[in-house]
Design a protein around this ligand. Sequence first.
Ligand code: HSE
Length: 297
Amino acid sequence: DEIKIFCPATIANISCGFDVLGLALGTVGDVMVIRRGNSPGIRITRITGQEIPMDADKNVAGVAGMAMLKELEYQGGFEVEIHKKIKAGSGIGSSAASASGVVWGINHLLGNPCSEEQLVRFAMEGEKLASGTPHADNVAPAIYGGITLVRSSDPLDVVRIHAPAELFASVVHPQIEIKTSDSRKILRTSISLADGIRQWGNLGALIAGLFREDYDLIGRSLEDHIVEPIRSILIPGFDEIKRAAIAAGALGCGISGSGPSIFALSKGRETAVKVSESMSRVLTGIDLEHDTYVSEI
Ligand code: HSE
């Protein structure tokens, strides 16, 4: 009665889909071990890779797991080990990986009583603890896998989006700290009709491009004229990194979630590796320590 699971890192927004689109990285993520425990509730027994609270009330996995047990009126308990590979505050869904992993694992051990959509709702409770807002654009792809669109978060309505087989993501994570709450505060709360038109034109076309596996259309649609111009100011070298990614053959490039990580999408692994090397070179040039990832979706 134990399960060991891979909990994927995720890229929220994907440029034109602020707060609605997200994708899961197939090979970058944490590992969790979940087993039935002797006492009721959630007990975090071990955390490696990062300093985060062991107290279940203060831990995103603990909070998400307890929300699930409460709704199911489940009297038993579970022990949870979290092995973090994704750094907190990286912008690739560290809290979402833990919150979604725990509820996915418990669901499996209980014989899958909950739908994926229900699991997203429980995991959102963990996100609420982490960032103050219970957004679903990281936990939805973490649970469904691939690419998802959150059409509505209340009531929750998650749409699975086709992920073309040759689509690869490159990510660089510069070691600077940007809190999601801070990078939300700097955004304007209203946009012009002209900006809206541009954004939903791109979002609709991106979705069509993904389903049609039309890589050129995907590339043309990976634009964000609303959030990126404001948030990118917080990321040293952003414009240069983006230029380097496109020059190396990326379809598009933008901020991953609320940053500071920067992602690029490419057709084929070989191009994605070249793109990640070019992005990394820019950060090395400005002496900014960083991690680099390349992953299928
Ligand atoms: N959509 C959210 C934001 C994701 O960009 O603020 C945070 O990871």
